[in-house]
Ligand binder design. Structure first.
Ligand code: C5P
Length: 221
């Protein structure tokens, strides 16, 4: 609490990967480290906000002052967000939520056979799009992690999901995931800004300043 550009605000942040179970011992996941989301959680606390961090499995320590809710699957993350979102002023979707989950989760370990096999996948729900649709006056920040056409995809993702702001970043073996530095291309309604390569902590501070700036500008519209 106290002073700071987000004083009195409640921020809900998703971070990390999700795990989509095939059976009791196997799951589908991705390379997200959770670092960007955790850095944002710390930066929001430093800016005076109260922060709920809905986190998939990561190796990170929870930043001081942050309330963490641990989840595994995309469905768990969706439910945990919806349970706390009514009191939020800002939602940040920094999680790398699985787009698909196994169509069925076996109760027992699936046995191998000598032949090949295939896996039926079904879509997960889009958490940030559902949040934005249900709470049109909430400030929403999403990410667009792409290997190609990052800027165009950041712009179109913002419009398609009806978000206040999208931060695009290039991902791949040489970029972003698991590293402590990153560069961001930030888009909002009527503006764009490039945030030069910096540590995820420095970028989190810059994003928080930009969120506060855009929220103040929206009130003034
Ligand atoms: O569509 P795409 O997955 O590229 O969008 C990325 C953004 O959407 C991120 O902010 C991510 O946290 C959010 N997202 C979500 N729920 C999903 C998929 C993505 O909140 N099921």
């Amino acid at each position: 609490g106290g002073d700071g550009v987000l004083a009195g605000r409640h921020v809900v942040i998703t971070a990390g990967p999700t795990r989509e179970a095939l059976d009791p011992v196997r799951f589908i996941t991705n390379h997200s480290s959770g670092r960007m989301g955790y850095a944002l959680a710390g930066a929001c606390v430093d800016a005076g906000a109260s922060v709920t961090l809905v986190s998939g499995p990561t190796a990170l320590d929870v930043p001081a002052g942050v309330e963490r809710v641990d989840v595994q699957s995309a469905a768990d993350m969706h439910a945990a967000v919806m349970a706390v979102i009514d009191s939020a002023d800002i939602f940040i979707g920094a999680a790398a939520v699985a787009d698909y989950r196994p169509a069925t989760t076996a109760a027992d370990k699936i046995k191998k056979s000598d032949g090949d096999t295939s896996l039926a996948l079904t879509r997960t729900r889009d958490i940030i799009a559902d949040v934005a649709a249900a709470h049109p006056y909430l400030f929403t920040l999403g990410f667009a992690a792409e290997t190609t056409d990052m800027q165009a995809s950041a712009r179109s993702k913002r419009e398609r999901k009806k978000l206040s702001m999208v931060a695009g970043n290039v991902v791949g073996p040489e970029h972003a995931f698991g590293r402590d530095d990153n560069a961001l291309f930030v888009v909002w309604d009527g503006g764009e800004r490039e945030l030069a390569k910096a540590s995820k902590h420095e970028l989190a501070d810059q994003l928080v300043a930009l969120i506060a700036e855009r929220m103040a500008a929206e009130v003034g519209l």
